[in-house]
Ligand binder design. Structure first.
Ligand SMILES: Nc1ncnc2c1ncn2[C@@H]1O[C@H](COP(=O)(O)OP(=O)(O)OP(=O)(O)O)[C@@H](O)[C@H]1O
Ligand SMILES: [Mg+2]
Length: 379
């Protein structure tokens, strides 16, 4: 099965889901809307309890929605009143705990879903498809093993093979890598992404791990409290977060209180922070045009955008400070600089850089925040 499966186009529009809790209806998915184009890898990223799994289960048909609609390649799968059962949806799902059947062999695990329910296949075809799916994840040599005699990574692959065996046009994955150790997780990330691209299958992936979502996805939707708060490419999300929640959730970030002092063309801004003047460039996507002079705002920038110097370079956005913490993290060093204004401490900036070029604790230095790296958000 090296030939592409091909991917469907998923449209979720205004999805609503309530759970009944102590006699009261509690909304957990509140008007979630997104489209996944065929063959794209799309992630729902958000903190625990924000409604990711519930959204995924509604798409799979394991939950009936209370409103909105879900359609795949133009076929309506559910509305508030209509519900196509899971086995009649062209969808494969990998669960967080793999849900592998321990009393079966690897092969039996892969073939079983093809022999039951609405999508039942003739025996020979089912066996052939199951073997193809096992080959795809490189488990064909293990077909006769008990499923319990597989490593964590192999079980994860088996769960994937089972989801792919009936050649769905949409693959749903609910935190499929969270049970694996860090190294294996990295390997599986790459494998999963490669397989998804080779097959051309559309994938909807759920995770609370930002680096997973950023590294694998074509697009990411950040969810909070049952809603999508921003949908963008990984880069856009990281460098142009729409609000403080997204900025903070998607990686480490500095947030500095500031006041707008000048507005330039487009989105360029002159700001006051740390008792001094800073600039945010237009290309940082700051909402310059929408902010009033005198308005209190937050400047956000990533630690790796911070540069430190022993002597002040003749450029904008250079502030004096003192290094108060240096932490060696392996491939990078993280340092904390207390910004000094006059004699007083005016704030703290966290920076990250290469270990061979790190400041010393206690030393005086100058911190440079490039104007294009400073994104300004309404407070
Ligand atoms: N069967 C249920 N009955 C009542 N409430 C539920 C049920 N399932 C989930 N919830 C609630 O709905 C909300 C969303 O749950 P969901 O499982 O979708 O979150 P999640 O984003 O997947 O979180 P996690 O990252 O922890 O898996 C939570 O507050 C949860 O407690
Ligand atoms: Mg979940």
């Amino acid at each position: 099965m090296t030939a592409a499966i091909g991917g469907g186009r998923l449209v979720v529009d205004g999805l609503e889901k309530h759970y009944e809790l102590d006699g009261a209806e509690v909304p957990v998915v509140k008007g979630v809307t997104f489209t996944i184009e065929p063959g794209k890898f799309y992630s729902l990223l958000g903190p625990s309890g924000c409604g990711k799994t519930t959204t995924l289960r509604c798409v799979a048909g394991l939950e009936a929605s209370n409103g909105g609609s879900i359609s795949l390649d133009g076929t309506v799968l559910s509305t508030g009143t209509r519900h196509v059962s899971p086995d009649k949806r062209d969808v494969g799902m990998v669960f967080q705990n793999y849900a592998i059947w321990p009393h079966m062999t690897v092969f039996q695990n892969a073939v079983f879903p093809l022999q039951v329910g609405g999508g039942k296949l003739p025996k020979r075809e089912a066996r052939q498809r199951a073997m193809e799916a096992l080959e795809l994840v490189q488990l064909d040599a293990f077909a006769d093993r008990p499923a319990t005699a597989l490593s964590g990574g192999q079980q994860q692959r088996l769960a994937l093979a089972r989801a792919l065996a009936h050649r769905p046009s949409l693959l749903l994955l609910d935190e499929p890598l969270s049970n694996l150790d860090a190294k294996l997780r990295d390997t599986m990330r790459n494998e999963l992404r490669r397989l998804q691209q080779d097959l051309g299958i559309t994938a909807l992936y759920v995770t609370h791990d930002q680096s997973e979502a950023l590294s694998m996805s074509d697009r990411v939707a950040v969810m909070n409290g049952g809603r999508i708060v921003q949908e963008a490419t990984p880069r856009e999300l990281y460098y142009r977060p729409a609000d403080r929640f997204v900025a903070d959730f998607v990686g480490r970030v500095n947030m500095i209180p500031a006041v707008v002092r000048e507005r330039g063309a487009g989105g360029a801004l002159g700001l006051e922070a740390f008792g001094t003047r800073l600039e945010a460039a237009e290309e940082s996507g700051s909402a310059g045009a929408g902010l009033a002079i005198g308005e209190e705002v937050t400047i956000t920038f990533r630690p790796e955008s911070v540069r430190w110097h022993e002597t002040a370079p003749d450029r904008p956005n250079v502030v004096p400070g003192r290094v108060v913490r240096v932490e060696f993290l392996g491939e990078i060093v993280e340092y904390e600089v207390e910004i000094v204004h006059g004699d007083a401490a005016a704030g703290v900036v966290v920076g990250r850089g290469a270990p061979l070029d790190s400041p010393a604790t206690g030393s005086a230095c100058f911190i440079e925040l490039a104007p294009h790296a400073c994104r300004v958000l309404a407070s």
